[in-house]
Ligand binder design. Sequence first.
Ligand code: NDP
Ligand code: HSE
Length: 440
Amino acid sequence: MNSAKIGILGLGTVGCGTINVLARNREEITRRAGREIKVVKASARDLKKARPVAIGGFDLVSDSYEIVRDPQIEVVVELIGGYEPARSLVLEAIAHGKHVVTANKALIAVHGNEIFSAAQKKGVTVAFEAAVAGGIPIIKTIREGFTGNRIEWVAGIVNGTSNFILTEMRDKGRDFADVLAEAQRLGYAEADPTFDVEGIDAAHKLTILAAIAFGIPLQFKQVYTEGITQITRTDVVYAEELGYRIKQLAIARRVNDKVELRVHPTLIPERRIIANVDGVMNAVLVKGDAVGPTLFYGAGAGAEPTASAIVADLVDVVRTLTTDPTNRVPHLAFQPDSIVNLPILPMEEVQTAYYLRLNAEDRPGVLADVTRILGDLGISIEAILQKEPREGEKVVPIIILTHRILEKNMNAAIQRIEALPSIQRHVVRIRLEHLNRDWK
Ligand code: NDP
Ligand code: HSE
């Protein structure tokens, strides 16, 4: 049988990883797909750049439109990243009747509704397994493995760079900027690393996970997003003393007929497996009403783990090249006319527990003032830790863990605590989740 001819847009970390995996495992991949998958063209900006891949078996071009309009190419793999020119190239590939595989979560989260609608009209597939959690097949799992379930919640460590930074800060006391630079060198970080450390990349991934878990439209702008840039080693150490780890979590949860979508640093009890997911590794917890809680773990970034997901999509697409487009697995798990627009809960209406750290003057009555404010707002305390003042300082750090409460009550409490004359500097607030079966 003829080989399936593919074109790759972008020959960076993931593009080179994909070519290398396709070459190394050619025989097994062909046995699985039923046809050889052959890269015939690839594009990059700088044709002279040295790359960790054997150039020669395919044409290397600088104009990506040459690939998306090439009649011999059946599948286009978009690995440029970002919104443009990726969006225009993908739409052009679809217009030319080509299937698309992409690792670009920014593109899918922000322009996915438009892209899937164009693909559906044209009867082509847009596959995006590599867009969430690198090598973990979480899209296929939720979309196909859990179709019998009503998904209740999804919570994951889905940004490898942030997890790598938090782990190195905790284990080796390393400096934030220094670890970020290493993540960039290792090819984990986005072209603009603020996407990683400000939680934007995790929010893109959460947008996709929520859509396929709940059958809602992709709505990136509705995700509450907070990054890890304000996390200090002091809080990492205090959290450990209290039996918690700080992780950057992406959470999508059904609450009655509404949905919570949030990304933020979160204290997690250290006995949870997910609290022990370190370095660039990712993990996603999914709770379905029938299956119960499940956990998926693997490399969240890097050339070959991501290529593993790209090649899996390529094999899926090649296998379905001859099937009737109306009988294919829907892009977003639910049939396009069955997607419902569930309301998204504003962050103020979200309930979670909290870690608070405040610096108080070391004199009687201060703690009572703080606990009175918390009590007035219905916030109950789970634990309090008062530390010795640091050398040469007159303030004592106080750490408070609270039970679950509405975010708006906590906002009001923090405002009143910060107004107390005996409290110095701003109150540090990090959300806390127990991640138990029933989310209590
Ligand atoms: P890189 O920055 O390493 O590679 C991007 C490639 O695109 C480069 O080869 C670059 O060319 C090329 N490029 C940029 N602009 C153009 C253009 N206008 N026309 C043609 N080529 C262009 O990115 P990654 O490989 O790391 O990421 C690719 C995608 O995969 C992104 O969407 C990313 O979010 C996603 N992803 C990445 C993961 C990772 O671990 N790195 C993991 C999961 C997903 P040149 O080399 O000449 O500069
Ligand atoms: N920058 C991303 C991360 C790449 O660190 O997780 C994988 O999507």
